[in-house]
Design a protein around this ligand. Sequence first.
Ligand SMILES: NC(=O)c1ccc[n+]([C@@H]2O[C@H](COP(=O)([O-])OP(=O)(O)OC[C@H]3O[C@@H](n4cnc5c(N)ncnc54)[C@H](OP(=O)(O)O)[C@@H]3O)[C@@H](O)[C@H]2O)c1
Length: 259
Amino acid sequence: MTDKVVFITGASSGIGRATTLLFIRAGYNVTGTARRIERLQTLKNEVEALPSPHGTFLPAQGDVTQPDTLSDAVQHTLDTFGRLDILVANAGVGHRGAIVDSEWDDMQTLLRTNIDGVLHSIRACVPAMRQSGSGHIMIVSSVAANISSPYAAIYAASKAFVSSITGSVRLELEADNIKVTDFLVGRTETEFDSNRLGSGKRSGGGLPTMDVDQVAQAIVNTTTTNRKRVILRLFDRLIVWGGIFTPWLLARLAKRQYK
Ligand SMILES: NC(=O)c1ccc[n+]([C@@H]2O[C@H](COP(=O)([O-])OP(=O)(O)OC[C@H]3O[C@@H](n4cnc5c(N)ncnc54)[C@H](OP(=O)(O)O)[C@@H]3O)[C@@H](O)[C@H]2O)c1
């Protein structure tokens, strides 16, 4: 058991849900936010049925595009647990479609969720981490951040944005003893494909897919390190290296994959 407290956005499904359960099993207290409060309540019931000892789960309804709901959830966390140590900025959504032909509402929702949502989460949690004297921010990005991704360009660019700020935020928060890690996640089995906005509901088309617990375990393990960037699999490293050394090839493959 530990007195450390974790704040996870997008805890109602997929990577956020699995990460919540692993932290809870490891004895952390966790606040989980998402819009679907009934999903969070079900997760709370599941946590309470776990064999003891385990941490406590605090469900907090919150939309990451609305900074006030995140500030309220942080305050609720402090009132309940007395501190906040780790943020997993995980909530996000995908999109498929051409930049010119996609619905602007879908593009706007993606940008507000994947970019503003991460910024709002960081800004809401850091004051509480400063009170705790230290902290760790995990930004859940994607291997798509580093490649030209025709027909998934808005999503890839949103992840490029959050990956890009990692290095700056690390240095800005160094004096506060707050670490920042960029998590470049590859394809993972979650509800991500079915929740995706825009035109394409097609899945990964034969790309190797990770189990959600593998990603969740890596996030939990990284809290004991000061890594700037985490890429889980060799396959994902090849994508990142390909984006650096043969960007034209990766872009062509991405176009075939996403169209
Ligand atoms: N699965 C993959 O292959 C993959 C690969 C690379 C990166 N990622 C990244 O991993 C993260 C988690 O995705 P996932 O795969 O676990 O997908 P998922 O199962 O669809 O989960 C997405 C989570 O984000 C939450 N969310 C979405 N919009 C939100 C909003 N406006 N406010 C609050 N919460 C919101 C959802 O909760 P509610 O709907 O209840 O609000 C849900 O809990 C995302 O950032 C995604 O980009 C996933």
